[in-house]
Design a protein. Structure first.
Length: 311
């Protein structure tokens, strides 16, 4: 385990943007993680645990903290339909494992970047499935980051793109899933269908953090607003943020190397020379336009690191 000084976080973000972290370390075991956190305490540094670097927008000036990259990986088949996964495992590897073993329930998450821990933290989902659907138990470090605590699914306050871990910041270590029996060929075809849809939106090599704004739960939108929205815009009980952004002309707009995709208004892309400031300013401009037109405040799905809230 090697601590590095002034590590450029653009090297680990899918957006390819991010200033330097005062300290950076990658950990491969639980023991390394506990040691890294203790190092941060000794150095009087705050710390942030990150996974695959998606869903992150890091300020251009970086962050005065220890960034710990989670590379604790393992998948164990505990028998039947139960598996245990280390939090630094890539989500795609987990999806592939479940398909190969004829376990249904995660195949629609195919193609989502990042790690299992990050997916649980943000309750990632796609096409009607979320990672919390078949999750039974989570092991995480407690407040002082030394004792491992067990959380049942019902303890985690899972909601749309939300969990208790966004609030308590407990580092997630391992996750246990109880899935359903499935046919490998059928599951593989379902995953391939999902991947083909995702590749239209996220072609290989694209520099983006994923969808920037959260979609809106239709049941939580005020009726006086909802009545002005065509019913066909509601998908899986959600109103896509992109539909609102499109209505205010976001598609194809750009600022200083950051462009909103011409085919999807909630997809902000670094064309290679973009900065966090340009990204933030572009997102804020169109979030304010949505608020003005619809009275709806869009929430980022992406974590803003050392940047002010949009509202």
């Amino acid at each position: 385990m090697q601590f590095q000084d002034n590590y450029p976080l653009k090297n680990i973000t899918t957006l390819g943007i991010g200033g330097p972290a005062k300290k950076f370390v990658a950990v491969k075991t639980k023991e390394d993680l506990i040691e890294a956190i203790q190092y941060a305490k000794d150095q009087k540094l705050s710390f942030l645990l990150v996974g695959g670097g998606s869903n992150l927008l890091v300020a251009d000036e970086g962050i005065d903290a220890l960034i710990i990259q989670n590379k604790i990986t393992d998948i164990s088949h505990l028998g039947g339909v139960t598996i245990q996964v280390a939090s630094g495992t890539l989500l795609q590897k987990l999806v592939d494992f479940t398909i190969q073993n004829g376990l249904a329930g995660l195949q629609n998450l195919a193609g989502i970047p990042g790690t299992v821990g990050g997916a649980v933290y943000g309750n990632a989902g796609a096409y009607g499935q979320t990672i919390s659907d078949h999750l039974t138990t989570i092991s995480a470090l407690n407040t002082d980051n030394t004792i491992i605590e067990q959380f049942k699914n019902s303890d985690c306050n899972f909601n749309y793109r939300d969990s208790i871990f966004k609030k308590n910041k407990f580092p997630i270590l391992e996750v246990i899933f109880r899935l359903e029996p499935g046919d490998t060929n059928t599951l593989r075809q379902e995953a391939e269908d999902v991947l083909s849809k995702r590749l239209v939106k996220y072609p290989p090599g694209i520099k983006c953090p994923g969808s920037f704004f959260k979609n809106l739960v239709a049941a939580q939108i005020p009726q006086d607003v909802l009545k002005n929205i065509p019913p066909e815009k509601i998908v899986y009980g959600k109103l896509p943020a992109g539909a609102l952004l499109e209505e205010v002309g976001a598609k194809g707009q750009s600022i200083d190397g950051i462009e909103i995709a011409s085919y999807h208004a909630n997809l902000f892309i670094n064309q290679g020379t973009g900065t966090a400031k340009a990204f933030y300013d572009l997102a804020k401009t169109y979030a304010e336009a949505v608020k003005e037109k619809f009275g709806i405040t869009l929430e980022p799905e992406v974590q803003l690191i050392n940047l002010p809230p949009l509202f």
